[in-house]
Design a protein around this ligand. Structure first.
Ligand SMILES: C[S@@+](CC[C@H](N)C(=O)[O-])C[C@H]1O[C@@H](n2cnc3c(N)ncnc32)[C@H](O)[C@@H]1O
Length: 470
């Protein structure tokens, strides 16, 4: 490693937010050595001085450091939601054009995917209805975005007919038709510090914040707050959403997808509005004496759990609402509320309760499990996988999460991971049976009968063995 690497790390993080986590220092070191070599074996001290004053040198180094991985129609469910739900709704509510930003757009595939989808929807009326912008910090990659000439690597999983309709083959490359190309405008902008204006209705900022640390992500949220319209929507990549939930922008769930929007009223107002006195059925009002209130809540929780076990969900809900009237942030009550909603197939309510819990405790495995199940029942398989993976990571002994993860892999035709995960589930179930496990239980009022799940696991494993003799 070059001796003053820490100075470079600090300079880059300060300017553009990129954080070189320990495993990534090698990338920075290699890029620095390359630039210093190209500049005639300059010393690292001299090079640092140069970097502080020269924007063009900073840009050259940055082009070696940014990770520009992208492809057309990546995480397509978000693009569907934007084009089929949000844009039509915004156009209906207040006319056009709807302004969309692909932030950290890299070589432009995301912005052009939106343009293609919206062109398919609105044909020639497209221009009057939507404006699409892309921005990135890396000037070199923006040149590539503007050129719109791609190798087959950018088309992983793209419908060949769509590729044929919108691109012209030129040797090994595919040139996007001008009709679509001209619909997207690209800008060099630092999303952490600069504010593109006027405000946007929809911002996609996917697979960018993973390179930032918490401090930068928080800063970024404040910046995005000023760039987003009052009824706008901001999407992070599926797996990034939680790490960006600082309570600055409000997290919303729609059709199994999460996005951020402007908070309508401040958190303090929300709290005071939601604790307005409610006339309770029979039970005594609480709060006056905090110790008594806590004891009372415990009694109500116990009663709610008894009702859930007997599948008397409406009564369970009544007990839970008493607890929540006492304390709107009662974590266990929120988890139970989410579980009851799940039993009643009210998945949006499950997700809302679980998100509330995660706002209070981002490590709640119970909330993540509820989200995984809610996504699974709504057939949002990729999101379900993301949540179950988090549970498995946090609670490796919790076999129901492994089991459902295996199911989601199988449904996504990811057979190898499915096979591996069923095997793990079975091992955990057997260990539980032999009392040799360090299996754990989550505080979730959902029943997962071991025998049935063991049978299901064995059945799935037998299917795999039958298929390829593994
Ligand atoms: C992995 S790509 C993501 C591309 C696309 N959003 C997607 O999801 O496929 C990350 C991009 O973010 C850009 N980026 C990193 N820091 C940035 C910043 N501070 N402002 C704007 N773009 C940034 C990088 O240059 C890179 O092109």
């Amino acid at each position: 490693m070059i001796p003053n690497i820490a100075d470079f790390k600090a300079l880059i993080k300060d300017r553009v937010g990129l954080h070189f986590f320990n495993g990534m220092e090698g990338l920075l070191n290699t890029a620095l050595l390359q630039r210093m070599g190209e500049r005639g074996k300059e010393s690292s001290e001299k090079y640092y001085e140069k970097l502080c004053v020269s924007t063009s040198e900073f840009d050259k180094l940055l082009s070696l450091l940014t990770i520009n991985e992208t492809y057309f129609f990546r995480e397509p469910e978000v693009l569907d939601m934007v084009c089929d739900k949000l844009v039509p709704r915004m156009l209906e509510q207040r006319g056009g054009p709807v302004r969309i930003l692909s932030a950290g757009c890299s070589s432009g595939e995301e912005a052009y995917s939106l343009a293609i989808k919206l062109h398919q929807k609105y044909h020639d009326h497209f221009a009057a209805r939507v404006e699409i912008h892309g921005c990135d910090i890396d000037t070199k990659i923006l040149d590539k975005a503007r050129a719109a000439n791609y190798s087959s690597y950018s088309f992983r999983g793209v419908d060949p007919l769509l590729q044929q309709n919108y691109f012209t083959r030129n040797g090994n490359q595919f040139q996007l038709h001008d009709l679509i190309r001209s619909k997207v405008t690209f800008h060099r902008s630092n999303i952490v510090k600069e504010q593109l204006q006027p405000k946007f209705d929809i911002i996609l900022l996917r697979n960018v914040s993973i390179y930032f640390d918490d401090e930068t992500r928080r800063l970024l949220q404040f910046n995005l707050l000023t760039m987003l319209q009052p009824d706008g929507a901001l999407f992070f990549g599926n797996a990034e959403t939680l790490a960006n939930n600082f309570g600055i922008l409000k997290l919303k769930q729609e059709h199994g997808l999460f996005y951020f929007c402007q908070p309508k009223i401040s958190r303090a107002q929300v709290a005071s509005a939601s604790v307005k006195p409610v006339v309770m059925p029979a039970a005594a009002p609480c709060v006056a004496d905090p110790v008594r209130a806590t004891q009372q809540c415990e009694i109500w929780i116990k009663k709610a759990l008894e009702c859930v076990a007997e599948k008397r969900f409406s009564q369970a809900e009544e007990w839970i609402s008493q607890v929540l009237d006492c304390d709107i942030h009662h974590q266990e009550a929120l988890v139970i509320k989410g579980a009851i909603a799940l039993e009643k197939c009210e998945f949006e309510q499950t997700a809302q309760s679980a998100q509330h819990v995660l706002e209070l405790d981002e490590w709640s495995a119970e909330a993540k499990m509820l989200l995984g199940l809610a996504m699974m029942w709504q057939h949002h398989t990729q999101q379900a996988i993301a949540w179950f993976k988090q549970v498995v990571y946090q609670q490796p002994g919790y076999w129901p999460a492994h089991y459902y993860l295996a199911e989601m892999y199988r449904q996504s035709e990811l057979y190898r991971p499915a096979l591996r995960t069923y095997r793990i589930t079975l091992q955990l179930l057997n260990a539980e049976l032999n009392n040799t496990s360090n299996a754990c239980a989550l505080r979730l009022p959902l029943s997962f009968p071991s025998n049935s799940f063991r049978f299901l696991c064995e059945h799935q494993l037998a299917q795999f063995t039958g298929q390829d003799g593994q």
